[in-house]
Write a protein that binds this ligand. Structure first.
Ligand code: NAP
Ligand code: G3H
Length: 487
């Protein structure tokens, strides 16, 4: 299935105009495994000329693709989902090696993605337009009818992050294709082998040549060029707030859909079910070492129950498995890079130096940071505000729900928040006041189910994802007005 997307030296190629093309310049980037540093392959460091070809190809191919019937598009997406599942073993193994995610989570990412692709196809079938009579507007006569349909935007640039290389690529590609756009996928460099395999799957399923193209290369080198390219009509980016902000600064008149960083708070009130709260916080904060945008990234707990909660969290943390996914299905795995591990460790050290209390963890072996819980974190510490993207959760003690809301909202981020309480009035009071895209009541912060709207406010994003919402974001209304001549 994946043989012809690379050569005998493990140099991967890019999908351009239906062909797998090697690097024209001969420049490649090594992709090493964060697990054992083995060389998994090399991807082309594409030049501007190569990027031009990928985007121009997409532009041309979109003209035909937009007119392919919805039924045919649905069939292709269904087939993509089937082929994805047929290759779950190989893909999960590659993903595990490439991004150090445990095998079980890799498999669930692949099967979740197949579900997402099918649901996207089904939802697109249910998109419909409307006809609007003109005479409801003051002064208008009854001779006008607006027929509103949805049409594609053109070429969608999909930029995905390292942590969900299959899912967060497919969740952009599938809706873009269903509403008639063509796509240029720029996967995260660490994650690009998985991204290229995904493109191969869509190709095998029958996506016509030129409709899906891939671009590889470091974002720091080709990112500005790709995002400001005149051929791009829409950018769907998932990644850090810093890069997202850069893209929104340098682009002009191109609609953006961005899912960015987060600092999701779990707010715990006095009457919370502490068993439920602790198990949710531990699962939400430490799975895949906290390398999830929606990970629980701080606990704001009412002081009166803080000690009891900490005991319960410790019990749950003791059940976490830690280590190399090559050896076991670990919850906490080595971080994606030494740079990431240095950053997370730095946040822990700074909090300790400023007087926070290390409750569990704080240990580091190479890029593996042990699950860490830190109490008495105060608002003058970086850990109170910065996104670690690692397995560390700070506890900030508060006097009541209003102080929790105040600190939660002081964050530059606004992805999700969780409230643990048995009082529905308090739950709604807090949900109403939190400046975030989603509030979870008595559950950890998390994206799914994938048909729910998923969005961040403030520095956590712009626009709304989630299957139906992505389809709408990647298409626009087109009105055709019938003017009847009524005598
Ligand atoms: P990242 O460093 O921002 O990279 C994301 C993507 O942007 C990669 O494909 C990267 O390519 C590319 N990129 C880098 N510089 C660019 C530039 N100047 N122009 C255009 N593209 C550029 O993020 P990450 O480390 O992969 O992911 C972790 C971050 O993503 C965290 O902050 C996390 O919260 C956020 N995230 C958010 C969500 C969400 O839905 N809200 C989901 C997942 C992750 P290279 O790999 O080649 O640099
Ligand atoms: O990393 C960001 C993902 O969108 C989070 O998805 O909550 O299902 O892990 P998740």
């Amino acid at each position: 299935m994946f043989e012809h997307i690379k050569d005998e030296n493990n140099n991967f190629k890019n999908l351009i105009n239906g062909e797998w093309i090697s690097s024209a310049s001969g420049k490649f980037i090594d992709i090493n495994s964060p697990l054992d540093n083995s060389l998994l392959g090399r991807v082309p460091a594409m030049t501007q000329e190569e990027v031009n070809i990928a985007i121009e190809t997409a532009k041309e191919a979109q003209k035909k693709w937009r007119n392919i019937t919805l039924n045919e598009k649905v069939e292709i997406l269904y087939k993509s989902a089937d082929i994805l599942l047929e290759n779950i073993d190989e893909l999960s193994e590659l993903m595990m090696m490439e991004i150090a995610k445990d095998r079980k989570s890799c498999r669930s990412e692949v099967s979740r993605t197949a579900d997402l692709i099918r649901f996207t196809a089904d939802s697109a079938k249910n998109l419909s337009g409307e006809s609007i009579p003109g005479d409801s507007f003051p002064g208008a006569k009854n001779n006008k009818v607006s027929i509103v349909r949805r049409e594609p935007l053109g070429v969608v640039l999909a930029i995905s992050p390292f942590n969900y290389p299959i899912n967060l690529s497919a969740s952009k590609i599938a809706p873009a294709l269903m509403v008639g756009n063509s796509v240029v996928l720029k996967p995260a460099t660490q994650g690009s082998l998985s991204g290229l395999c995904l493109a191969r799957i869509f190709e095998e399923a029958g996506v016509p040549k030129g409709v899906l193209n891939t671009v590889t290369g470091r974002g720091s080198e080709i990112g500005d060029y790709v995002t400001t390219h005149k051929g791009i009509n829409f950018i769907n980016f998932t990644g850090s707030t810093g890069i997202g902000a850069r893209i929104s600064k340098i682009t002009s008149m191109v609609p953006l859909l961005m899912e960015l960083g987060g600092k999701d708070a779990a707010i715990v009130l006095e009457d919370a079910d502490l068993e439920l709260t602790a198990s949710n916080i531990v699962a939400g904060g430490y799975s895949y070492s906290g390398q999830r945008c929606t990970a629980v990234k701080r606990i704001l707990v009412v002081d009166k129950v803080a000690d009891k909660l900490i005991e319960k969290i410790k019990e749950n943390m003791a059940k976490l498995t830690v280590g190399n996914p090559l050896e076991k299905d670990a919850d906490v795995v080595p971080l994606i890079s030494t740079k990431a591990a240095d950053f997370v460790y730095g946040l822990i050290e700074e909090a300790k130096e400023k007087g926070a209390d290390l409750v569990v963890g704080g240990k580091r072996e190479g890029n593996l940071i042990y699950p860490t819980l830190i109490d008495n974190v105060t608002t003058d510490m970086r850990l109170a505000w910065e996104e670690p993207f690692g397995p560390v959760i700070p506890i900030i003690r508060v006097k009541d729900k209003d102080e929790a809301i105040e600190i939660a909202n002081k964050s530059e981020y606004g992805l999700q928040g969780a409230v643990f309480t048995q009082n529905i009035n308090d739950a709604f009071y807090i949900a109403d006041k939190l400046e975030v895209g989603t509030v979870q009541i008595n559950n950890k912060t998390e994206r799914g189910p994938d048909n729910f709207p998923f969005l961040g406010v403030k520095s956590s994003g712009m626009g709304t994802q989630g299957i139906k919402y992505s389809l709408e974001s990647m298409s626009r209304p087109k009105a055709t007005i019938i003017n009847l001549s009524i005598k």
